[in-house]
Design a protein around this ligand. Structure first.
Ligand SMILES: Cc1cc2nc3c(=O)[nH]c(=O)nc-3n(C[C@H](O)[C@H](O)[C@H](O)COP(=O)(O)OP(=O)(O)OC[C@H]3O[C@@H](n4cnc5c(N)ncnc54)[C@H](O)[C@@H]3O)c2cc1C
Length: 394
């Protein structure tokens, strides 16, 4: 077994490919896409198709589907590297890579045969997960005992679904979704909801608003709208009424992946800060020779290194739970990385002085991006509460 803090040759080869992909496909496009007004126009299918060509889009799929079967630690390294290029690009692939991992474990054999080869072949195949609703957000993370508003009523051979999800990453771009629906209306959502597999073209399912986000703009987030949408029994994932078991059982690394995405932003901000501190001369010498700035750069480095260690530990233990996985690792690494990224991005702004405030410096994009994960994948305070509930379950 390789120690998790040493990169294997295979990991290095994958990361070299991802780094080249970021340099050639992401960085040259990111600023212009980010600047577009219409949020839907910030999305790039070219980036997705180029990612497909180098095997990035499907790398968590097993080799039987043409993937690389990457483990969670390697996947987190890839997600961070993508985030260093652009947060939105990191998020669209983090979601897809993560949900592909879940689908391989949570779908039954018939569902896997129906979905995974088609997803693997399609150069634009992307995946999404729909849980959050306008009135049910932090509640499902804690979870608070109110039912989801998106309801399914039993009919012959399936469920008639009505309702709406919002904020869903890849919501308007995915080919397949996992969607959480209240199937037992008088039970709390943690015990009365079911996870369904949903295809993009299912009648009764449409895309609503594409949200106009302050940052992370190269990813699209959208509403999912259900109007008498009939989802067949054959699309139930796991057991009816046990949707949350799918989340608990097959999602352990989700929080750490979210942390890895935003950690990439922190790395980009740190690198930019160092670069600027070397060339900007005030007080007769480069900023990097002033003690206050040097100390701040060291603190940024510490925040990044510590967050990365936490993320890597959570990912490795998610795949080797017998070595001491504990459930706080499914809540806290993202909180730490997002707090670190927020500090690092705003300090990068500070080190740039007025130049950082000017769009052309590229710092303000990093600040907008860094803000995304204070709330995404669970608001940080909610995740502290979730961890505390695990710690003090009595
Ligand atoms: C960019 C982005 C991408 C997203 N992608 C997805 C996705 O792909 N799929 C999906 O299902 N969802 C997604 N979400 C939703 C995300 O998980 C939710 O935004 C998150 O769970 C918080 O919900 P909320 O924003 O409605 O905040 P609220 O739940 O309204 O919380 C507001 C504030 O109140 C606090 N609070 C709430 N309850 C309590 C309590 N009991 N005690 C103390 N404080 C409390 C929170 O910590 C927070 O500070 C995404 C969100 C964003 C911003």
């Amino acid at each position: 077994m390789e120690p998790m803090f040493i990169r294997t040759r295979e990991q290095q080869a994958i990361l070299d490919t991802v780094r080249r992909f970021v340099e050639h496909q992401v960085l040259p496009r990111a600023a212009a896409l980010d600047a577009r007004q219409d949020p839907a126009e910030c999305y790039s299918w070219e980036i997705v198709e180029r990612a497909h060509e180098v095997g990035l889009r499907t790398m968590t799929l097993g080799r039987e589907y043409g993937g690389l079967g990457t483990d969670s630690l390697t996947t987190a390294m890839v997600i961070e590297e993508l985030g260093r290029g652009d947060l939105g690009v990191s998020v669209i692939f983090a979601q897809t890579l993560k949900i592909a991992q879940i689908m391989q474990k949570a779908l039954n054999e018939e569902q896997r045969g129906r979905v995974l080869p088609a997803f693997a072949r399609d150069p634009r195949g992307m995946l999404a997960i729909g849980i959050t609703e306008p009135d049910h957000a932090s509640d499902y993370l804690l979870p608070h005992p109110t039912p989801f508003s998106t309801r399914g009523v039993k009919t012959a051979g399936g469920w008639i679904v009505n309702g709406m999800k919002h904020f869903i990453s890849n919501g308007n771009r995915a080919s397949h979704y996992l969607v959480f629906v209240q199937t037992e209306k008088d039970r709390p959502l943690a015990r009365g909801s079911t996870c369904f597999l949903l295809e993009r073209d299912r009648p009764g399912f449409t895309i609503g608003l594409v949200h106009d986000k302050m940052g992370e703009r190269l990813a699209n987030n959208a509403e999912l709208v259900f109007q008498d949408c009939v989802i067949p029994d054959a699309n139930v994932v796991g057991a009816v009424g046990h949707g949350f078991d799918v989340l608990a059982e097959f999602f352990p690394q989700s929080n750490a992946y979210a942390g890895a995405s935003v950690l990439g932003v922190a790395v980009a901000a740190y690198e930019k800060a160092v670069q600027w501190a070397r060339v900007r001369v005030q007080g007769g010498r480069p900023l990097i020779e002033h003690d206050g700035v040097r100390a701040q750069l060291a603190e940024m480095r510490m925040l990044i290194d510590a967050s990365r260690s936490y993320i890597h530990r959570a990912c490795w233990l998610a795949d080797h739970q017998e070595h001491g996985w504990d459930r706080t690792l499914g809540a806290l690494p993202k909180v730490m990385a997002s707090q670190a990224a927020w500090k690092v991005a705003t300090w990068c702004l500070e080190i740039h002085g007025g130049h950082g405030y000017m769009r052309e410096a590229g710092v303000e994009k990093l600040v907008r991006d860094a803000a995304a994960f204070l709330h995404s994948d669970g608001a940080n305070r909610t995740l502290f509460l979730k961890a505390a509930n695990f710690m003090f379950a009595e």
